[in-house]
Ligand binder design. Structure first.
Ligand SMILES: Cc1ncc(COP(=O)(O)O)c(C=O)c1O
Length: 318
């Protein structure tokens, strides 16, 4: 009977669980303007805990299909952490070694997770941020191109296509086509570009709001201050209807407020998207508009527990 059960059990590959994350309406937050529905797409519900599971599964599947990733090759890329975690678990599942260039400043939780999944990490100068990691990954690839599949999340079109084919359609279906605004932070820009292009195709009146840190030196892991960074090859500056700049402190205070007022434990880049969504909502309210705003929450706060802004919270005011 045991054998019969085992052979009848279809099971699923973990990569099939990437996508279909929940969209929740956040309605308890203090000061929310009336008439505007604000929703969060909680990407931490992907198997690797972040939005980056999507582009990684798309990039790896595409590379296997096209013959760029073959047995014996190592998956190589630069990452601020979440993409690395996605490469690490997908690599472990499919039997490919993973080598990552990661800024030393990446959170302790991320570095620990990479180690647990068995990925090899090269730490790069924290002052050079994600650009230092990109330069390192390119250098490693150029020294031995036959050894690696350099996924290049910043220039690989499968990154934004993952969101065009999954995140965008999910948001469209979950809001029954009623979404009016989409807000997301820019890192590689894959999520903003893919979702944005899909939503604009469905309804050109949907407004797209991109979010960036307000200064080159910031603590918003995963986000890029474009003006002072290596601009990702897949970034399309013409796509956003509006660009909003958020400070690290603003985003971090939103992390605490989201946890305490909505029960949502989100990471700082989600806090930044939420701060931008709130600003947008109050402007829309002033103009007497009704709206359904969707903000992308790339990961959960669990990944930042060791960070200073979450220390000594007993008396913290939000
Ligand atoms: C925590 C976090 N937020 C936001 C982003 C930005 O997403 P994207 O690369 O799709 O622009 C990333 C990307 O790594 C991330 O890790």
């Amino acid at each position: 009977m045991g054998t019969k059960l085992a052979s009848n059990f279809l099971g699923t590959n973990l990569t099939n669980l990437v996508r279909n994350t929940p969209l929740v309406r956040l309605s308890r937050f203090k000061g929310l303007p009336e008439g505007i529905a604000l929703c969060a797409k909680l990407e931490k519900f992907n198997p690797g805990g972040s939005v980056k599971d999507r582009p990684v599964v798309w990039m790896i599947e595409e590379a296997i299909r096209s013959g760029h990733l073959t047995p014996g090759k190592t998956i190589l890329d630069a990452t601020s952490g979440n993409t690395g975690i996605a490469y690490a678990w997908v690599g472990a599942l499919l039997g490919f070694p993973v080598l990552l260039a990661v800024p030393k400043s990446a959170s302790l939780e991320r570095k620990k997770l990479l180690e647990i999944y068995g990925a090899r990490v090269i730490a790069t100068d924290p002052l050079e941020g994600s650009d230092g990691a990109i330069r390192k990954a390119r250098e490693i690839y150029e020294a031995a191109p036959d050894k690696y599949f350099y996924a290049d999340q910043y220039g690989n079109p499968a990154n934004w296509r993952a969101h065009y084919e999954s995140t965008g359609p999910e948001i469209w279906e979950q809001t029954r086509g009623e979404v009016t605004h989409f807000v997301a932070g820019l890192g590689t820009s894959g999520s903003f570009t893919g979702v944005g292009r899909f939503l604009k195709k469905k309804n050109p009146d949907i407004r797209l709001v991109s979010v960036q840190p307000d200064s080159p030196l910031h603590g918003l892991e995963g986000l890029k201050h474009m003006e002072s960074s290596i601009v990702p090859g897949i970034y399309d500056p013409a796509l956003a209807d509006e660009n909003v700049f958020v400070s690290t402190e603003q985003a971090q205070s939103m992390v605490l407020r989201l946890a305490r007022e909505e029960g949502v434990l989100a990471g700082p880049s989600s806090g930044a998207a939420w701060a931008a969504a709130l600003q947008l909502a109050s402007r829309l309210r002033e103009n007497g508009r009704k709206a359904l705003v969707v903000a992308l929450f790339p990961d959960g706060g669990e990944r930042y527990l060791s960070e200073r802004f979450l220390e000594n919270l007993s008396g913290a005011k939000t």
